[in-house]
Design a protein around this ligand. Sequence first.
Ligand code: SIN
Ligand code: MN
Length: 203
Amino acid sequence: MPVLPQGFRHLPDLLDRDAQHVLAEEVRAVVRASPLYVPAMPGTGKPMSVRMTNCGQLGWVTDKEHGYRYQETHPVTGAPWPPIPDRLLDLWRAVADYPDPPQACLVNFYSAGARMGLHQDRDEQEFSAPVVSVSLGDDCLFRIGGTRRGDPTASLRLRSGDVVVLGGESRIAFHGVDRIYPGTSTLLKGEGRINLTLRRVTG
Ligand code: SIN
Ligand code: MN
C-alpha cells in the first residue's frame, strides 16, 4: 500500500455507538431545518450523486452557474445555515490542534449507489487548519492520494464512528469515495452513509 500523506490520520471508532446515535439525531434536526439538495458540477451542471446541506456560519455549495463556493445561506431556501452541534465543536477541539473553531460543516448524504470523485479541498483561504471528517452509517471505500492528481493512492474502509483528519501535507491531498457498502451499518433508519466535514474557511 502506498504511503499515506504526511498529516493524514484515521481514528477508527472514535465515536462510540451512543455518540453516533446522538449525532445522527442532531444531523436529522439540521436536515429538517436545512434540507438536503442536489449539488451540480460547475459549467456542465451535471448533478452530483451525493446530496448535501450544511451547518455553521458558512456552507460549501456548488451549482452550474456559480461553481464551488462558500455562502451564508442555503441555495434553495435562502435561509441561514443552522449552527454546528456542540459535540462536533468538541470533536474539533479534541483532534484538530487548531485554536479557532470550524466555520463550516458540510453534510454529505450518500445513498447506496453514490460516490465522490477524487478531488482536493481548496475553496478555503486557510490551509493551516485541518479538515476533520466524521462517518456515520454504512461503510465506504475512501481513497487518498498525494497533492498531485497522478500521485499513487491508498484505499481504506471507513466505518460508522470513524474520524479522519486531513492536516499537514494531507490537507490538500486528493481524496474521494469510490463506493458505499449498503447494509453494513444499522445506525441509520435505512441504507446510506452520512459524512460530516468540518472546516475553517477564512484566515
Ligand atoms: C468530502 O470530501 O467532502 C467527503 C469525504 C467523505 O465522504 O468521506
Ligand atoms: Mn473533500
